[in-house]
Design a protein around this ligand. Structure first.
Ligand code: GTP
Ligand code: MG
Length: 317
């Protein structure tokens, strides 16, 4: 993959019983984009509808339960330069995709949709969210801003896009992991958006907020349970904060090692000075910005487990 001015796109769509909505949503999506539909054991013809309307779509069956697991499966299957997270219920407007892409080609690593953009001149909002959920979202958003020193305006929104090379930084539980008897692993549920936001912040990636208007779910029932999933998001913020803190000593040690390495590279040995004048340290400079973060993402996987618990079972949250 490449970070180019005209990137290819993979649209990852988690879908659980969304056949009626997909009848409308799929024809709206530009034919040139890769479609990855991740089915969550739908019983309403979601898969058949997708096959009929987009025969080119890659259809996956998720490996555990929950939207988070569906997205993790989809991210790994994507082949485009940019990955777009796109709900199947009609709430995400495809006309906004170019704004996400622009934010990325303008230099962001992660384009984060927001329904509550702070600048009034940017139209944002939601036709879908209830007052109760708006209030809960605001509290959780404020808490995470304090704990992570961020200024997000919409922590839990699911319409986002990012360069595909960011996927390893997210460090989501492998689709191959078993969760036992119908259990979900941490990150598999609706906490996924919060997890992703916290991890891109912890990795120091460049995040741009993109104003978005969330449309109403067209047909069917929400899968979200306001209190249950709100509490889950709260626990996630706290757990991700601990995870980010645990990664700090690792990052510092890596930085110290790199500084030492750079220092040695800068001081020529007598022999080097004689044989290669002016070439000392060439090609050894430390990568900066995103490359630097990617060399050691917080909670990097070691022996199939994260350094700080990213694959803990749900109950250990
Ligand atoms: N594959 C899969 N998709 C899911 C699962 N749960 C939710 N989704 C999909 O994730 C997207 C968002 O789910 P919604 O139920 O609309 O949740 P929400 O958008 O947070 O809530 P609303 O505001 O009520 O619409 C939809 O496309 C769902 O079909 C799941 O367990 N598996
Ligand atoms: Mg929805």
């Amino acid at each position: 993959m490449a970070r180019t001015v005209s990137p290819t796109l993979s649209i990852v769509i988690p879908a659980r019983n969304e056949a009626r909505n997909l009848e409308v949503v799929l024809p709206e999506l530009p034919a040139e984009h890769e479609i990855i539909l991740v089915d969550g054991a739908s019983v309403d013809g979601t898969v058949e509808t997708t096959r009929r309307l987009r025969p080119d779509a890659h259809i996956l069956h998720q490996t555990r339960r929950g939207k988070g697991n569906a997205l993790a499966c989809g991210f790994l299957a994507a082949t485009g330069d940019i990955v777009v997270m796109f709900d199947a219920d009609g709430s995400a407007n495809p006309a906004e995709i170019p704004a996400f892409v622009k934010a990325l080609t303008d230099g962001a690593d992660f384009a984060k949709g927001t329904r509550f953009h702070r600048e009034q001149r940017h139209a944002s909002g939601s036709e879908d969210i209830t007052r109760l959920r708006t209030a809960g979202n605001s509290v959780l958003n404020g808490l995470s801003n304090v704990l992570f020193s961020t200024s997000f305006s919409d922590l839990c929104y699911g319409y986002n896009a990012f360069w595909r090379d960011v996927v390893p930084v997210l460090d989501l539980p492998s689709p191959e992991l078993s969760a036992g008897t119908d259990e979900m692993i941490w990150c598999d549920g609706f906490e996924i958006e919060t997890v992703i936001s916290c991890r891109v912040v912890a990795a120091g990636l460049k995040i741009a907020e993109v104003p978005s208007i969330e449309r109403s779910r067209m047909y069917g029932q929400t899968n979200l349970r306001t209190f249950h999933d709100g509490y889950r998001v709260l626990r996630t913020i706290m757990a991700e904060r601990r995870r980010a803190q645990a990664a700090v000593p690792d990052k510092q040690a890596a930085q110290d090692k790199q500084d030492e390495h750079d220092q040695q590279a800068r001081v020529p040995t007598t022999a080097e000075s004689r044989t290669r004048p002016g070439n000392v340290g060439e090609g050894r400079t430390r990568p900066v910005g995103i490359a630097e973060h990617r060399t050691r993402p917080a909670g990097a996987v070691e022996n199939g487990r994260t350094r700080s618990g990213g694959m803990l079972p749900e109950k250990s949250l």
